[in-house]
Design a binder for this molecule. Sequence first.
Ligand code: G3P
Length: 214
Amino acid sequence: MKIFIDTASIKEIREAASLGLLDGVTTNPSLVAKEGKNFRAMLDEILAIVDGPVSAEVIATDYEGILKEGRELAAIHKNIVVKVPLIKEGLKAVRTLSSEGVKTNVTLCFSPAQALLAAKAGASYISPFVGRLDDISHNGMQLIEEIVQIYRNYDYQTEVLVASIRHPLHFVEAALIGADVCTMPFSVIDKLFNHPLTDSGLKKFLSDWEKTQK
Ligand code: G3P
């Protein structure tokens, strides 16, 4: 399963990339706004750090506007993936962009029906938001199971990119289901390394070794 970081923070991207396990980056308008920097300059910095897919979201919500922004974003670099909201105009634009060879990530997916339509439109990635579904007492991971099953049934090539991940269990469950990608905030990536038995076991190994040095 590929690991993407879900942030626009250059510091976090640099730190995650230094771990040697980072496959790509996803951003969204809220994450970009949080950093308070120029979007284009930010993208250039991210593209210089990570040699993998970098999702950049369009702001337009009409077909022509999405196409214009999408084409401009795609022209920046071969690793740019144009992130498009899952609305009618968005999927129409995804169909066109995909026919032009532009990679797309269809975002704000909350149902299996939406995911099926995105695959039919030729999306490179579908981004179902598991945490936001859990927040309203729906089962986010059940949506991932359903999408993976549907894509298998029809051999769709669209990759399932699990988004809105809140904790390590989401990551594990996504891997058990067979999702293609997980995108996570740095705080969750950091937690994946931890286990208290690793810490206590290492402490014991080192203290036992210390005794042999006397
Ligand atoms: O980038 C899309 C998604 O991962 C956002 O997550 O935590 O804002 O629900 P969140």
